[in-house]
Every structure is written in C-alpha cells, then in structure tokens.
Design a protein around this ligand. Structure first.
Ligand SMILES: NC(=O)c1ccc[n+]([C@@H]2O[C@H](COP(=O)([O-])OP(=O)(O)OC[C@H]3O[C@@H](n4cnc5c(N)ncnc54)[C@H](O)[C@@H]3O)[C@@H](O)[C@H]2O)c1
Length: 373
C-alpha cells in the first residue's frame, strides 16, 4: 500500500514537473493582420536559426520557437476559412513576406460588436459563446488581441471570452482592458494574467521620441516644444485617421508616455496624422525638437524614422506572450505591473523607460529565485 502511494505521488509530481517544464506556449489570436504577421514571421525565422534584431531571443526558459498559434479569429471575409499562412498576405498593405511561414491553423470567424468596419470590409462573424468554445477546444493558454484600434466593444468581448475560457489575455490594442478597473479585478480574481494596453513598438516613434527627450534632459537641454507626426498606410492607419476620438486617444496615450521622462512641462504633440494608401505597411515618423542649453543657446533637431508596423510589433508581442506564460506558470493573475510599462503605452502607473526595462528583466529573473529553473 505504502509503495503504491509512493508510486502514485512520484507519477503525480513527475507530471506536475513535466507541465511546469512544458515549453509549448499555446496562443489563440484575434486579428490576423500585420502585427500577427510580424510575429509569426519572426517565429518562423527564429526556427530557421535567424533571431536577428529580436528584443529578447530567450526570456526565462522560453524562446520564440515555443510559441504555437492554436486558434485564429478574424472577421475579414477574405481571411476567414483560409490557413493563417495564406490569410496574412491577402491584403495589399500586408507586411511583406520575409520568410515562408508554416502556420496551417484555419482562420475562424471572430466576434464583431462595433460598426467601424461597415463599408470597409465584407465581414463574416461568429458569437462570443462559439469563440469561447473554440478557444477551449484549441487548448490555448493565452488569447492575444490584435484587432484594430477603436473596436472597443469587440476587444472587451474577447477579454470576456478569455475569462470564460480561463486563459491569459494580451491586449495590443488601445482599448482599456488591463487599465479597466472592472476587467482587471475579474482577471485578478480568476488568477489569469492580463497584459496591455496599446503595444509599444520595438523601435517606433513613441519609444524613439521618449529616449531622445530622456537623453536631451540628461545632457542638460531644456526642451521647449516637440512634435512627432506619423504617415502610414494599411487598415489600422485608415481607421485611426477617420476616427477623431481614436486619434485623440492615441495622441493622448503617446504624449503621456513621451512626456513622462521630462521633469517639467513641455509642449508635446504626438500621434498618427496621415494615411497614404500606397505606403502599405510602412510608416514614417517625423520629429522636431526645439530647446536650449548652456547660455540659453538654441538647439533644434529634425529627424525622420522609417519603419514597418508589423515588424515593429513582433518582438514586443513575443515578449508579452512569454511574460503571460511565466505568470501562468507561477499562478499570478491580474495586470502584470512589472511587465506592462515596458511593453505597453497605456498603463495603470507610468514608469520611466529605464526602470520599466529593469523591472521587466527582474520579473523573468525572479523565476530563478523561486526555484522554478
Ligand atoms: N507596430 C504595430 O503593429 C502596433 C503597435 C502598437 C499597437 N498596435 C495595435 O495592434 C492592433 C493590430 O494592428 P495591425 O497593424 O495588425 O492592424 P491590421 O489592420 O493589419 O490587422 C487587424 C486585423 O484585425 C481584424 N479585425 C478587425 N476587427 C476584428 C474583430 N472584431 N475580430 C477579429 N478580427 C478583427 C482585421 O480584419 C485585420 O485582419 C491595433 O489595435 C494596433 O493599434 C500595433
């Protein structure tokens, strides 16, 4: 009897250890657009031995190759029913193909609770219950929300699906989810990690602007005024430019991130301002900074940054997913305050970018401290 019990507990603990050590990160995704394309192309390249430019090739014990896309939802009729590797390239403004991707997951119809796509796209949709069931059926551990900005009700619906399916939620959109008191409390109560809101691009206008101002301030420059104006193509930019409320929301979020590094008030204006269809997935960010330094001598900087949106989302999304998995491993629920300010623009408490990075790294190192490695 004693031996049987010992065997039983040995098997149990082995299984538990196997689960803890299981490297696969099963991710369901809402929104098969350019951000997801960047992420799956980065995973595919990494699997081929090319991890160039990634923010963090390995985090904790997880690498990009551990990420499996097990379910995908979209509402664009051209994408629904296709495999992910086909769907990612149907749009003219799609992120260009840097590598072949081997993701054969079929795109399923998603939840649509907003009217913003009317007249823009032919849609095919489903309901919350079916989407929840599909997430459960896929065995996902995390739901990644990369649908368009300004789709407030739809993003909230996906957050509810995650709660019902019992999975972590990563919100790359500007819809307040991790910063919503009500939703955050629900994720916290259910011990489900919550990451968001509004992804901070790897090397986009906001982070470059923030570091430029931080650097100038550290060198004694007094910044009087500065702006960052963006021009880009693609559905996300089109929807932003057409929606005054979303434009203002994005501008406010970006400006508050950028201004957080100056210990005084400067005139700061940032935000997407123009849509140019032929720019596709490319973005140009134009910066001007005006200030003064020793003797009050004038200083002016003009700069143009050219990037691609999808590629810019890949690294931070992979980091967010791995942070969510580590939090799941540790049984941590609710908004991840150590991680969110590093990866997202809209957060509950603003942290300067240097401390945000330190806290983020510490979050992964703590894994060793508590003996999980
Ligand atoms: N660098 C970046 O790409 C970046 C940076 C910061 C934030 N974001 C945020 O990430 C999100 C995605 O950006 P993107 O460039 O991939 O946009 P995109 O337009 O390329 O793709 C969005 C996809 O979502 C789909 N969609 C729209 N509503 C949906 C719904 N209700 N259910 C399922 N699918 C739906 C669209 O059909 C499209 O395929 C946006 O909210 C954007 O603000 C992206």
């Amino acid at each position: 009897m004693h031996t049987l019990r010992a065997i039983y507990f040995w098997v149990l603990s082995k299984k538990k250890r196997a689960n803890l050590r299981s490297h696969e990160i099963r991710v369901a995704v809402a929104g098969a657009g350019s951000a997801l394309s960047g992420m799956v192309q980065a995973i595919s390249l990494y699997k081929k031995g090319d991890g160039r430019g990634l923010l963090h090739p390995v985090l904790g014990e997880y690498s990009p190759s551990d990420v499996e896309i097990v379910a995908v939802f979209d509402v664009d009729k051209r994408k629904v029913g296709k495999t992910l590797k086909q769907a990612l390239f149907v749009e003219q403004s799609a992120l260009p193909k840097y590598t072949e991707v081997e993701f054969d997951t079929k795109v399923l119809p998603g939840v649509l609770k907003d009217e913003r796509l009317q007249g823009r796209l032919e849609v095919e949709t489903s309901d919350e219950q079916t989407v929840t069931q599909e997430i459960e059926r896929s065995g996902a551990q995390i739901l990644l929300n990369v649908i368009n900005g300004g789709m407030y009700a739809s993003s909230e619906a996906y957050a509810r699906c995650a709660l019902k399916a019992g999975v972590a939620f990563v919100n790359a959109t500007p819809t307040p989810i991790a910063t919503s008191l009500e939703l955050e409390a629900l994720f916290s109560r259910n011990k489900l990690p919550l990451l968001g809101d509004d992804l901070l691009s790897q090397i986009g206008g906001t982070i470059l602007h923030t570091f430029l101002l931080w650097f100038l301030n550290s060198r004694g420059v007094w910044v009087k005024q500065t702006y960052q104006l963006d021009v880009g193509g693609g559905l996300e930019n089109l929807l932003t430019v057409e929606d005054d409320e979303l434009k203002l929301t994005k501008r406010t979020i970006k400006s508050s991130t950028v201004s957080s590094v100056l210990p005084y008030q400067a005139n700061i204006a940032t935000g997407t301002t123009e849509y140019v269809d032929f720019m596709g997935n490319s973005r140009e960010s134009h910066f001007e900074i005006v200030g003064s330094y020793t003797l009050g001598a004038p200083l002016e900087i003009e700069l143009t940054l050219r990037t691609q949106d999808g590629a810019n989302a890949a690294g931070p999304l992979l980091d967010a997913i791995r942070a969510a998995k580590v939090a799941l491993d540790r049984g941590i629920g609710g908004a991840l305050e150590e991680v969110n300010p590093y990866l997202f623009k809209l957060v509950r408490s603003k942290v300067d970018p240097i401390s945000a990075e330190k806290n983020f790294i510490k979050f992964f190192e703590r894994r060793k401290e508590i003996g999980l490695e």
